[in-house]
Design a protein around this ligand. Sequence first.
Ligand code: GLA
Length: 387
Amino acid sequence: MDLNALKSNFEKIYKKPVEAVFFSPGRVNLIGEHTDYNGGYVFPCALSYGTYLLVSKNDDRVLRFASENLERRETVSIENISQPLSGDAWMNYPLGVMDQFKKQGVVMDQGVDLLYSGNIPNGAGLSSSASIELVTSVMINDIFGGNLEMMEMVKISQNAENQFVGVNCGIMDQFAVGMGKKDHALALKCDTMEWSTVPLKLDGYKIVISNTNKRRGLADSKYNERRSECEQALKELNKSGEYHSLSDIDFHTFNQIFERLSSDVLLRRARHVITENQRVLDAMRALKEGNIQEFGQLMNASHVSLRDDYEVTGPELDALAEEAWKADGVIGSRMTGAGFGGCTVSIVRENKTDDFIHQVGPAYEKRTGLKPQFYIADVGDGARRLM
Ligand code: GLA
């Protein structure tokens, strides 16, 4: 990202200099999908792609929003931050965060002029929304003396998305973009919020992100549907409230009690969550032991489970994963994020990444009619002030 060009664009729009610049990354989840809202483990990492936010205070008691990626601009009085804007406004992500800070007693006593600019592909399931939330959080915290810890800002950002934007997401995305660490993956248990970093020892391999370029049309309604299916499965598996989440149940126990479930659909949803949780634990161990082959096999098994049991892949993600599995030098490949569209994540031998792109790209296009995009992931740090 060319920061000087960004700064001159800010000066062109607002006719004044930039006072501070913030950055927050996107994320890719290596394994542990649809486990976060079931109290389980996730294993994401932050990317070097993300959202930049340039800011300068104003004396007009207004928030001026502009973006290099989206055309719509707005001016909102600081007295009105608790009111969402109509018509799918992207500013509702930052406004939701500002509203949460207000609820925490952090007062924005002055207006700010804001320019957002992102290089995460939009709608690709790489957490562009969590990135906007966290970059806004670190900005308010810094400029308005919030004194909040990063973990509090992670939760505030999730609350903003749940309550203000109305998407019932779990904690993984905000956690990964807030707490990311260069060249490390983050191991998080989502019910206790215990976490640690694991070095990404990938000597000779690269993380390749492949974008289906299939927009996630029905994603949000299906996402909420999966959440309620999991809640229903938990209710039916519980005799006397012994399990707080599906992740409290191991596979051995599940095999003894699955007959309590009233339908095959609920059985498959629960089975995905319970087996996926175990796969994350196995994958963390494999990575620590340097057993990258096993890590890859667990990624493949994760995709199959998301396809057959959780049913969140769809023809495009399946085609992209299947073509990756056929390619030489691929250690593992799976969908990443919520599903239904968006991206896959693959571990590919470093000297085979060009072959991968040239083989998988045309094969995927032939099957789906869509042109995919490929990115070699660089694992970076979490949300922060740049200057
Ligand atoms: C989306 C949500 C996350 C998580 C994933 C699926 O990215 O925002 O909280 O549930 O889907 O693992």
